[in-house]
Design a protein around this ligand. Structure first.
Ligand code: RIB
Length: 315
């Protein structure tokens, strides 16, 4: 089987993640109060590029960091994890992106992002990467300029490469310029931001998926619904794929892991159902540890859990 070749276009961040049983309890002076924080490397693009490499793909990242210690550290980690970094630019005079992630008392999280160098990711950088090498799929997110999102899609289309939009962070964007995209995959908040439809129950999930399909003519809309699992809509039928039950420590990076694992399974010839189950297994492993990038499972870990749930489903 040929090794999948994935081009990821997206953000590189330093992550500060806040934890604690008090969650978002307000102190008297109006501050959010947490018990502890940890610092990690992250960013949706970096997480996805590393997930692709760890899960067995050839993975190249188009991204940007500042000329600061965080940026240098990030390029080293990407390379150490097997990601091709030729198209990661270190840009003078700007800072590497920053994300503060607050784990809330009631579950879920709130994120605050400073784009920094991510705001300088350009379509020209993507065109250079696509001209230099062949790829099976392109994966992008919304943590970079919107024109680069659309430019990435147009450039990949010129090379007839299917594109997946992992639609985070939550943002309302015009979808028409993504007409014909292979897959669009939002989580609950992102689905609401894109469609204005509440996805709290299954009828809302279906309506939001139909909205995405109608506005993009995508091949697949795949909704990431946290503990409920993932919902697939292919323009005709909808199907819910329950999440794999694992204790949740930190959901950071779970969506990145899910989407990337799903793409790899598809590139390897798996069906869309197999790909979503594989994504669910990989994401379940990611949430069982603190941090995003550091919690991405190895190929063996993801395969073992996938094999286990597949066998259990057959019994
Ligand atoms: O998807 C998780 C990522 O989103 C974090 O690593 C953080 O950097 C934000 O970009």
């Amino acid at each position: 089987m040929a090794i999948p070749r994935i081009l990821v276009v997206g953000s590189i961040n330093q992550d500060i993640i806040f934890y604690g049983p008090q969650g978002d309890a307000m102190s008297v002076n109006g501050c959010l109060v947490f018990d502890s924080f940890d610092e990690f490397q992250g960013g949706k693009g970096a997480n996805q590029a590393i997930a692709a490499a760890k899960l067995g793909a050839y993975s190249s990242l188009v991204g940007a960091v500042g000329d600061d210690p965080a940026g240098k550290g990030m390029i080293k980690t990407l390379a150490d994890e097997g990601v091709e970094t030729t198209f990661v630019s270190a840009i003078k005079g700007v800072k590497t992106g920053l994300s503060a992630i607050f784990n809330m008392r009631k579950g879920g999280y709130v994120g605050t992002n400073v784009l920094g160098a991510n705001s300088l990711i350009s379509t020209a950088m993507v065109e250079n990467a696509l001209a230099a090498e062949k790829f099976d799929m392109v994966l992008m997110q919304l943590e970079m300029p919107l024109e680069t999102v659309y430019g990435t899609y147009s450039a990949a289309r010129k090379h007839s490469i299917p594109v997946v939009l992992d639609a985070g962070p939550a943002k309302h964007i015009p979808l028409e310029r993504l007409e014909g995209i292979f897959m669009i995959s939002p989580n609950e908040a992102e689905a609401y931001a894109l469609t204005g439809i509440d996805v709290a129950d299954e009828s809302g999930v279906r309506k939001a998926a139909e909205y995405l399909y109608e506005h993009t003519s995508c091949t697949y809309a795949v909704m990431k619904l946290g503990p409920r699992g993932a919902y697939l809509f292919d323009g005709q039928d909808g199907e819910m794929f329950p999440a794999v039950d694992k204790p949740c420590v930190d959901t950071t990076g779970a969506g990145d892991t899910f989407t990337t694992a799903m793409m790899i399974k598809l590139c390897e010839g798996g069906s869309i159902s197999e790909a979503i189950q594989y994504g669910n297994a990989a994401a379940a492993l990611c949430i069982s540890k603190k941090g995003g990038l550091v919690s991405i499972p190895s190929r063996k870990e993801a395969d073992d859990l996938y094999d286990q749930i597949t066998k259990e489903a057959e019994l």
